[in-house]
Design a protein. Structure first.
Ligand code: F3S
Length: 399
């Protein structure tokens, strides 16, 4: 298929809109050709990943600085978590040199007109599409949430392709932007009661692992009758981590579940025993927890209210982070939740998280309510891990 470009897109490619737009259009047309896109489409908004200096390094920073020379974003764009809380980094033990380099990266993004709020839950802080709208997001959990829970349309962009979409307002029309690629492939029947962020994370791991085994991507899930935003964000993070899933349908819960035929050829079932067995896999033996973190994906104001309720009048005895978007932290400040939490000795880590912050070697074992954090806690930071409810995490922190 030949990729057709509109006159403005051709002008970008020819350099008439400057170097950054030209480079961006080169990235997007290359992607479009690889994936057989027919044309480009407008995107409503962008979310960029790969923001931590630990991931970017000097090479990434050079790429950003080059684009920032004349590049300006054309659509609303926010960032994924950075390697540190931009205000509270000293209290969280981040060293001076890292902070300086992280700020250089953020400054380059800011120069391009990007809103430098760093969060993996852009949909909680105003970077939010409506059903059917085309966007270009990069963070895997947010991509899964946008496609599945909101019914918006995005591929899982890489850092450069998301930035290119921001600088041109376009993305090639392929993959999840097309109806034909959004139908369920595997029927998953849940015969268990699933509740809480931890359990939805465990469910995401079971389904994700199975999808990898079946070499399929889009599950159609039955048997879950209701789910909160928090449970769905946890499920999205987990199924995306373990299964590479960017889209699922959940009967009666997600907006596109009855838009496409229900798959019937491949069926697998999940019961309470499966949940129990998988939960055990997310708890290492002989763990002595020295770090507790809640907010993967970034905590909602509901979760922060719950943490404040559970911590009121108590003192934590372990390093305890609540990772969230800075605008959510500001609401927590106004509501008085931050004061209760900080008086208990817990710390907010806004703009960042326990996975992207450079904390390898600082702790031995982490307790979380997130199956995704278990995966990266082990794989990236070499921590031992333990999953539990938010309440379990608080109990552990004050022990
Ligand atoms: Fe977000 Fe970090 Fe978890 S980016 S999804 S809090 S690993």
């Amino acid at each position: 298929m030949i990729l057709k470009l509109e006159p403005e897109e051709k002008d970008m490619l020819d350099g008439k809109y400057g170097k950054a737009a030209q480079k961006s259009m080169e990235i997007l047309t290359t992607l479009g050709e690889i994936f057989d896109a027919e044309c480009m489409i407008d995107v409503l908004c962008v979310q960029i990943a790969g923001v931590s200096y630990a991931n970017l390094g000097e090479a990434g920073l050079e790429f950003l600085s080059e684009l920032a020379e004349d590049g300006k974003v054309r659509v609303l764009t926010t960032l994924n978590p950075a390697g540190m809380d931009r205000e509270n980094w000293r209290a969280l033990g981040i060293d001076e040199e890292f902070a300086k380099n992280q700020n250089r990266a953020i400054d380059a993004f800011a120069k391009m007109g990007i809103i430098t709020t760093c969060s993996c839950t852009p949909y909680l802080i105003g970077n939010v599409p409506h059903y059917g709208q085309h966007i270009a997001w990069a963070e895997s959990s947010a991509v899964c949430y946008a496609n599945s829970v909101i019914g918006a349309r995005t591929n899982r962009e890489g850092g450069p392709s998301a930035l290119a979409a921001a600088l041109t307002g376009r993305t090639p029309k392929y993959g999840y932007h097309l109806d034909k690629n959004r139908h369920g492939e595997v029927l998953v029947e849940i015969n268990a009661s699933v509740k809480g962020t931890d359990e939805f994370g465990v469910l995401g791991k079971i389904i994700g692992d199975k999808l990898v085994e079946l070499r399929k991507k889009i599950p159609y899930i039955t048997g879950i009758h209701t789910a909160t935003v928090e449970e769905l964000k946890s499920f999205c993070a987990s199924v995306a981590t373990y299964g590479g899933t960017a889209l699922f349908h959940m009967e009666g819960v997600t907006p596109e579940y009855n838009k496409y035929p229900k798959p019937s050829e491949i069926v697998f079932k999940i019961n309470n025993d499966d949940l129990d067995k998988t939960r055990v896999e997310l708890i290492d033996d002989d763990v002595e927890i020295d770090f507790v973190s809640i907010g993967c994906p970034h905590a909602t104001i509901h979760e922060i209210a719950e943490i404040a309720r559970l911590l009121k009048g108590k003192k934590v005895k372990k390093e305890f982070w609540i990772t969230t978007a800075r605008p959510t932290k500001r609401i927590a400040d106004e509501a008085g939740y931050s004061k209760i939490i900080e008086e208990a000795g817990a710390k907010f880590a806004a703009d960042t998280c326990c996975v992207v912050a450079p904390i390898k070697g600082r702790f031995k074992a982490i307790m979380v309510d997130s199956a995704k954090a278990c995966y990266y806690g082990r794989a990236k930071n070499k921590f031992k891990v333990k999953i539990g409810t938010i309440e379990n995490c608080i109990e552990e922190a004050v022990k």
